[in-house]
Design a protein. Structure first.
Length: 104
């Protein structure tokens, strides 16, 4: 990952099929924002291309992010061709399963 003069990551940064847009901030004081295996940093954002729910023959960019839902993180996915209808779930899998099912 490229770093700036202060040692901070230069974003956006391509990681496989994802473009990392924001790293977010780790929430230490609320247990639902981390597990033994995972961190859910508020403000994290990444994008990738996938089939459109509106037109399954079209590939569009989806942006996934993690928002502060108070007691727990909210996982949000927004399609570039459907900006007014974000998919919001309690897990990343929950948000993405809606998209995958909608395009199959």
């Amino acid at each position: 990952m490229p770093l700036d003069a202060d040692g901070k990551p230069i974003l956006p940064f391509q990681v496989g099929i994802l473009t990392l847009l924001q790293l977010g901030t780790i929430v230490h004081d609320r247990e639902m924002f981390h597990t033994d295996r995972y961190l859910y940093p508020v403000g994290y954002a990444a994008s990738r291309e996938y089939y459109s729910i509106k037109d399954p023959e079209k590939i569009v960019k989806y942006t996934s992010s993690i928002r502060d839902g108070g007691d727990a993180p909210l996982f949000v996915v927004v399609a570039e061709d459907n900006l007014d209808e974000p998919i919001i779930a309690n897990s990343a899998t929950g948000a993405w399963s809606h998209i995958v099912k909608g395009t199959s």
